[in-house]
Design a protein around this ligand. Structure first.
Ligand code: MG
Length: 123
């Protein structure tokens, strides 16, 4: 089975940073998809096999919390491992995210080690 990841962030620069860090974790992925907002992310999930999602919170069109909610409604909470990438780690945001099915969160700026924490079962 292919092992694919999805990075969701409205900043192209941030997607590249997340991508580079993800590649530096040592966990290998067949493909790493990129989406600029929640709407794009949902489209990718519809047509592709994805196991891990790293998602920004603040995005236009559909933000990270709305995306979580939509994934929960559509696929339930067990299908994807979803890690939120936050700027401030604001307690409210994190709490809402965890209640909506996120597996955890990492705070920008982060290191590959912070990501590995959530990828251990894939090593
Ligand atoms: Mg953003």
């Amino acid at each position: 089975m292919a092992r694919n990841a999805l990075i969701v962030d409205d900043s192209g620069v941030m997607r590249k940073i997340i991508m580079r860090n993800l590649r530096n974790t040592g966990v290998s992925f067949d493909h790493i998809f990129e989406a600029g907002d929640g709407m794009e992310a949902l489209k990718i999930l519809e047509g592709n096999d994805v196991s891990v999602i790293f998602s920004d919170v603040n995005m236009p069109n559909m933000n990270g919390l709305e995306l979580l909610q939509k994934i929960k409604e559509t696929y339930g909470t067990g299908k994807y491992k979803i890690i939120m990438v936050t700027t401030d780690g604001a307690e409210d945001t994190v709490k809402t995210a965890m209640e909506s099915g996120a597996s955890g969160y990492i705070k920008k700026p982060f290191k590959p080690e912070d990501m590995v924490e959530y990828l251990k079962d894939l090593l």
